[in-house]
Design a protein around this ligand. Sequence first.
Ligand SMILES: NC(=O)c1ccc[n+]([C@@H]2O[C@H](COP(=O)([O-])OP(=O)(O)OC[C@H]3O[C@@H](n4cnc5c(N)ncnc54)[C@H](O)[C@@H]3O)[C@@H](O)[C@H]2O)c1
Ligand SMILES: [Fe+2]
Length: 377
Amino acid sequence: MHSFQTVSDIRIEPGGAAKLDYYVDGLCRNKRVAIVTDKGVRALGLLDAGVESLRAAGYQTFVFDKVVADPPEAVVLKGAVAIRKFNPGLIIGFGGGSPMDTAKVIAHLCGCDQPLESLYGVGQAKGPSLPLMLIPTTAGTGSEVTNVAIITTGETAKKGIVADSLYADRVLLDAALTFGLPKSITASTGIDAMVHAIEAYTSIREKNPISDALALTALRKLRGAIVTACESPDNVEARGDMLIGAMLAGQAFSNAPCAAVHALAYPLGGFFHVPHGLSNALVMTGVMDYNLPKADHWYAEIARDMGVGQTGVSLIDEMQRIKDATHVPQTLAAVDIPEDAIPMMAKDAMTKDRLLMNNAREMTFDATVKIYEGIAS
Ligand SMILES: NC(=O)c1ccc[n+]([C@@H]2O[C@H](COP(=O)([O-])OP(=O)(O)OC[C@H]3O[C@@H](n4cnc5c(N)ncnc54)[C@H](O)[C@@H]3O)[C@@H](O)[C@H]2O)c1
Ligand SMILES: [Fe+2]
């Protein structure tokens, strides 16, 4: 038995975010819109035209811009208090995965009385939540179409809230928002998206034919565009393919969940604040090498579909080529993680049951240590 869910209302228009008044139509009962973003995105002016269009159409707006990367609970709670006070009829998450995840949780906290600590895990967030629209400005997490929000709890741990009540009511994909993404963020968030698709395709428990089709299409688009998007940042076609590819990968892994690459990546973000995409890029090929005895046939199917070879190894080689071509850092030393942190990170990675249970090959503490050691310096 398979089931598949996704956001039911997805709009695509380069430049569309300048016409927010048009794109929110029908979602907001009281003409009060709260926007959740971060200071970097706001300072780039990406929101300005859209907010102006809302005001011109008679909407009151409130912008909460205090989201930071790998959003901590305190920021989510602060946003929820401020936004509840504003009493919006619609919440818009505008930015990368961090603002979108924060917006998902805030929409939930403002729509019902469930406390934040009761939401973690699978199926715990029940809602109802406020109407939610998501507008990504990075092409990576696919958070706009997933039922997942990742929050940093305490000092270092990252926890997931996974529940269908987190699906947005509407998504707008505007590739023009991503023209200004620096090369390093384009590369690492793009590799994150590719990992989502590869992990969805090889997700042992909930792999399904719809996620498979989405993952393959996502990988063809992302592979075809990632180097061009890094080298020619305002190439409309490449940016469009990256954004669609990341979304398709998000739809895939929201139904066929991620696995050991993500489990091993999380401690790098939690303990050392390595950006999520880069953490994944660092551990990706080591985990794929380890998975090869069990995932070879699936990797080979992907490689053939991408046109990069006939074997599982050819997919791993291609992902290595993409890391080289996009110049992402490739060692823990390059992101200032000391070798003596490896046992602590491995211990933490082994707690990510939600992810590890989907891995094609059973992951062990010793294998995790070896994978980290393989990229130490
Ligand atoms: N919910 C999900 O399904 C899901 C999936 C994967 C990752 N995540 C989470 O998403 C977060 C990572 O998201 P991310 O990789 O998109 O990064 P991010 O949202 O943390 O943003 C990273 C940086 O990029 C900047 N930025 C964003 N858009 C920009 C643009 N258009 N131009 C220039 N700079 C821009 C931001 O200001 C920020 O400084 C992590 O917390 C991760 O755990 C969630
Ligand atoms: Fe990811």
